[in-house]
Write a protein that binds this ligand. Structure first.
Ligand code: AMP
Length: 379
């Protein structure tokens, strides 16, 4: 019996454990909070990431370790990797944890990115704004996610507020200024690379964000023919250069028909949740297969899918449960503003029946306006 250890016990760990059960796998999660939602049905070690006793107990009870949470300190990942197999390797995790390192890698690989500049002082911020231009976004290099640790600057007058908001982080996690890309749309590649270097990707996924948090995903993306080959080639270059093992996501902006890489997530990703029902093999199962050195499953889509994220609190499930296309995922979390608490995926064989079912369901949720743009892209 193989036990997979997962660092971080959130919804990604929870869905990974659900995907691993039919493979006969056991799981152990480690989290800093005893309330982590995977812990509702997966055994858990609770401890600080730097607590060697907790890490030692975790290492002793698992055969291989992987991540639900990308911001596990690099030293903790390395400490574990010296004792048990850890995938993806701490080195790859380290690059993806740092917006400057990942954007620098993208550039080296010939992958376009928004203009960017690293900075440490207010003077350097002023110089970077002058060089990159307005509007732009100040972000923390490390420990930011879901739009946290970001400040948008529209005019020079915003420099003071941006520095007041994030300046104190400069010495702790570093800062990066990026040009604001007036993108036409956002897409992501969710892909998997095996231990033998085999690479497979799900179809290009189209994404919508609200306040920096993923709101909806559609796969396959519309009119992907012109973009998908290049997007997948970018993802493969990144994965090969890092010797990456497991599932990851590459988030891209489409601007003037060109792809610009925003960031890479070194783990299963929210924009791949649709693969649970909408693909031959889900991202969660393929991640486990990769980490365990098993053959990778087909990433072929099964029809057309749209995933709606529930942020803050769960709506009543009946519009999804009573829909012929609907699938419900409640992460078992308590309600809190800005928190991802669940999602619904709608999957149908044709775009037209998906549009009809989704339209009825979003009306039932009373959220037609919120998802109107997603719906308009299906017709
Ligand atoms: P991130 O945490 O970098 O993934 O950013 C979250 C979201 O904020 C992205 O998905 C975009 O919607 C938006 N965003 C981030 N960076 C930029 C940028 N340079 N230009 C335009 N929008 C951005």
């Amino acid at each position: 019996m193989t036990t997979v250890g997962i660092l971080g016990g959130g919804q990604l760990a929870r869905m990974m454990a659900l995907a691993g059960a039919p493979l006969g796998l056991r799981f152990l999660v480690m989290d800093t909070s005893g309330e982590a939602c995977a812990g509702q049905f997966v055994p858990m070690v609770v401890g600080d990431w730097r607590d060697e006793n907790a890490l030692a107990e975790f290492a002793q009870r698992v055969d291989v370790a992987t991540f639900d949470f990308e911001n596990v300190p690099a030293e903790s990942a390395e400490w574990l990797a010296a004792r048990i197999p850890v995938f993806p390797a701490p080195g790859a995790l380290g690059v993806a944890q740092d917006r400057l390192a990942e954007k620098t890698l993208f550039r080296e690989l010939g992958i376009g990115t928004p203009e960017f500049a690293a900075l440490e002082t207010r003077e350097e911020l002023v110089a970077a704004v002058a060089r990159i231009g307005l509007p732009c976004i100040l972000k923390t290099r490390r420990l930011g996610y879901d739009g946290k640790g970001q400040f948008r600057l529209k005019t020079k007058a915003d420099i003071d507020a941006a520095w007041a908001a994030l300046g104190a982080q400069a010495s702790k996690v570093g800062l990066i200024l990026e040009a604001f890309v007036p993108f036409e749309r956002e897409v992501s590649v969710v892909a998997v690379r095996g231990k033998d270097g085999e690479f497979r990707a799900w179809p290009l996924t189209e994404n919508w964000h609200r306040d920096g948090i993923l709101s909806a995903s559609m796969a396959p993306a519309r009119q992907a023919e012109a973009l998908e080959p290049q997007a997948l080639a970018f993802a493969q270059k990144v994965a090969d250069s890092l010797g990456y093992v497991g599932v990851f996501a590459l988030e891209l902006f489409v601007h003037d028909g060109q792809l610009l890489a925003n960031e890479m997530a070194p783990r299963v990703h929210n924009s791949g949740h649709w693969t649970i029902e909408g693909a031959e093999t889900s991202q969660f199962e393929n991640h486990l297969r990769a980490v365990l050195g098993l053959p990778l499953g087909s990433t072929r889509p099964v029809g057309h899918s749209v995933m709606l994220n529930w942020i803050g609190e769960m709506p009543a499930p009946s519009p999804a449960l009573s829909s012929p296309s609907g699938h419900w995922h409640d992460y078992g979390k308590s309600a809190r503003a800005g928190r991802k608490v669940g999602h619904a995926t709608f999957r149908a064989n044709s775009r037209s029946s998906l549009a009809a079912d989704l339209s009825r369901a979003t009306e039932g949720f009373g959220r037609s306006a919120e998802f109107a743009e997603v719906l308009s892209r299906l017709s």
